[in-house]
Design a protein around this ligand. Structure first.
Ligand code: ADP
Ligand code: MG
Length: 701
């Protein structure tokens, strides 16, 4: 098959050739015409607008000046000469500097000539200058708009050395647009184009690179953002509808003895309204005959585990087994203990299976599972890695979802002819727009209400010189019988530095809180899992009063007696991390505290993160703020998804377009779940192309 225009290898483009093609591939992963075409400008410069020299105040962006060249000098030792040209406008002067190609540039420059200068100012020795700027002589003729708006592309040092700075890349794109075979097939139906008044695909690609007008630039952006988000949504809704159309879920219609007894005789408190609502949502899924695939979100302590337990009891009432997977052994054990306790007297056989289970015990459990005697299994990923077979597994609950890889989860499903119902629980709140994209194929339930009577955690921000006061506060709390966490940041670049940071902290704490009066624990990421868990256990059993740790303690061990969370260098933590850490306290009946210690001097972002923590304990509000500060790429658990590798759309700014895209996709799939109708052939073809190129979420075909 002849390759299409867009699939043509990039080396065949005018101006590229093999060397540059190699470089483009290595540096920007651009291999084809199509990929270059979706390498969008990250901003545009209006060439009819000029800065005044005295307006330069930050070095963050490219600017354009119009000024006269008043001085040209060679500076420095003979072999390290640089060229410095000073330009002046009515507001001031600035130096232009060349380190390379000095002789050649010198020949080109004309003293007293007025230039249009384009470049990125930097501050050096208190003076602004622009290194290797672009120079042009102003023309008297007005430029057509298509040449007035200049696209700016990201480049790299290596590419620049091959002449591919933003301008060089722009030239390549232009060559592409001017290629005689240039033709972009439409991939949206004319109905969508008309209804949403979107411009066609070819026009959009031309105008995103070389806008004919600002209006067309805007339209091109809207069209391409829509396209990008729409195909993600179309795929997700198609997958979800495919799952719902298959009538192969276990049907749990009965509410029987287990649920009723537990609910009426064992539960010592009233469910919150949010818990009741979520249980209704889950029951509807379980009775539908389709497989449930539900994400349960709720802040730490909002009562997710209880909802999971009720769900497992529904499975039991319908004669099915359940299992609950936790990310660590200690968490699995904790779940096992609480759940066993809550089920006392209900005559349910609950077992715990982890990597350290003794072999005799393991054999007994495995036999029991196969026979169906073991009704409820709790464990770590040993549940999927071992040769575990159930008699009839009906439900899988996964706690703290982001610790489990998708592949690990998939293993579980392979075990069964009929896929069990799945409930994924997470305490990492996910903003709406992200959930729509990241979990678009899952149904979502949210517990947005805390059980009554919880005392809100008191959060304070203090500065490092206040350590003395904090230590006194810790002593007081320990005297009252409480326990304390002290967390140090990870310094990601260096594991050794990391450990040093923590060790220094530990030494300091041990000096302040000496034995035998005090006992201090320490855990960090470089300890073996078993050592870590043993140390956590000492703390859990109140054999130590202070736990010095890195963020390894972020995930869910419940130690109600620990009521103080101290976070050192709080400015170094991300917002959702701070929130997770704070969630370690506030689990008992005592007033809990979270103290964020930082330097005086803080970046605007760090200040905002800390202020947000002090202001609110609402995980969703925190997640939204986090998304706004950082953008989606950094959010926990999303890094490797690839889903967020968006080329043009922005999940924060384009929420409205995302909603349109989702609605349109939903409507289409409702009317044509398999995308098999003639009118939707164009959409089906594009999805197929995306698969074929294994560029699942990319734009281009
Ligand atoms: P999560 O799993 O969401 O962190 P849990 O289910 O572990 O929360 O619940 C935290 C604590 O709150 C547990 O001790 C649990 O027994 C208790 N709890 C749960 N639901 C309620 C409720 N409706 N009223 C009072 N206490 C509750
Ligand atoms: Mg929990």
């Amino acid at each position: 098959m002849a390759t299409s225009f867009l699939e043509t290898p990039i080396e065949y483009l005018k101006g590229v050739g093999t060397a540059r093609a190699d470089m483009l591939k290595k540096e920007l992963n651009l291999k084809t015409f199509g990929e270059l075409l979706t390498y969008f400008p990250f901003r545009y410069i209006d060439r009819s607008k000029f800065y005044r020299i005295d307006e330069i105040k930050d070095d963050s962006s490219y600017i354009q000046l119009k000024a006269k060249m008043v001085r040209i000098q060679m500076v420095g030792a003979p072999h390290h000469q640089r060229l410095v040209a000073t330009i002046r406008d009515e507001s001031g002067e600035i130096d232009l500097i060349w380190f390379q190609g000095v002789k050649w540039v010198l020949e080109m420059l004309t003293p007293q000539q007025e230039y249009i200068v384009f470049g990125k100012p930097t501050l050096f020795n208190g003076r602004w200058n622009i290194a290797h700027p672009d120079l042009e002589i102003p023309t008297t003729q007005p430029l057509p708009l298509s040449e007035t708006v200049r696209p700016i592309y990201n480049s790299t040092e290596k590419l620049k050395s091959k002449g591919l700075d933003f301008k060089g890349i722009g030239k390549l794109v232009k060559n592409l647009l001017l290629n005689e075979k240039f033709a972009i097939p439409e991939n949206l139906t004319s109905e969508i184009l008309q209804n949403l008044r979107l411009i066609n695909r070819q026009e959009a690609f031309v105008n995103i690179h070389y806008p004919q007008s600002y209006d067309l630039l805007k339209k091109a952006q809207t069209r391409l953002k829509f396209e990008e988000l729409f195909f993600i949504q179309l795929r997700l809704t198609k997958q979800r509808s495919g799952r719902l159309l298959k009538l192969d879920g276990h049907k749990f219609l009965k509410i029987g003895n287990y649920v009723n007894q537990f609910y009426h005789h064992h539960l010592t408190f009233e469910l919150t309204n949010a818990q009741k609502r979520v249980i209704r949502e889950i029951r509807a899924d379980l009775g539908s005959g389709h497989q449930m695939n539900r994400l349960l979100q709720g802040d730490v302590g909002s009562g997710k585990t209880l909802v999971a337990l009720m769900t497992m009891l529904i499975a039991l009432d319908n004669d099915y087994q359940s299992c609950l997977m936790a990310p660590t052994e200690i968490l699995a054990r904790q779940h096992f203990n609480t759940i066993s306790l809550m089920l006392t007297g209900l005559n349910v056989t609950v077992k715990l299976l982890t990597g350290t289970s003794k072999s005799a015990e393991r054999r007994a459990i495995l036999a029991g599972l196969k026979e169906g005697d073991v009704q409820l299994l709790i464990g770590t990923h040993a549940l999927i890695e071992e040769n575990v077979q159930f008699r009839h597994l009906g439900l899988v609950v996964i706690d703290e979802q982001h610790r489990f890889g998708v592949a690990q989860r998939a293993k579980l499903w392979e075990k069964n002819i009929i896929t069990p119902h799945i409930l994924v629980m997470t305490a990492t709140p996910i903003p709406r727009t992200l959930a729509m994209t990241f979990y678009g194929d899952l149904d979502t339930s949210v517990i947005d209400e805390m059980p009554p009577g919880r005392k809100a955690i008191v959060t304070r921000h203090v500065y490092e010189p206040d350590h003395g006061k904090i230590f006194n506060f810790i002593r007081e709390k320990i005297r009252e019988g409480r326990q304390v966490y002290i967390v140090y940041p990870l310094i990601q670049e260096s594991e050794t530095l990391d450990l040093k940071n923590l060790n220094d902290g530990y030494q300091h704490i041990v000096t302040e809180f000496p034995a035998p009066q005090y006992a201090v624990s320490m855990v960090h990421g470089q300890m073996k899992q078993q050592e870590k868990e043993a140390e956590m256990k000492r703390f859990l059993e109140n054999k130590t009063q202070i736990m010095v740790a890195t963020t390894v303690i972020e995930v869910g061990v419940d130690i109600p007696n620990a009521s103080v969370m101290i976070i050192e260098n709080a400015e170094r933590f991300g917002l959702s991390q701070l929130h997770q850490l704070r969630g370690r306290v506030g689990r008992g009946s005592d007033q809990s505290y979270c103290i964020l210690i930082s330097r005086y001097e803080l970046s605007a972002e760090a200040r905002k993160r800390i202020a947000t923590m002090v202001r609110t304990t609402d995980g969703f509000e925190i997640a939204e703020t986090d998304l706004q500060i950082r953008g989606p790429g950094d959010l926990q658990g999303t890094q490797q998804s690839g889903i967020l590798d968006l080329r043009i759309a922005d999940l924060v700014k384009d929420e409205k377009i995302l909603k349109y895209a989702r609605n349109v996709a939903t409507e289409i799939i409702q009317n044509d779940p398999g995308l098999s109708k003639n009118e939707n052939a164009i959409l089906a073809r594009h999805l197929l192309l995306m698969d074929r190129n294994q560029q699942n979420w990319g734009l281009i075909s």
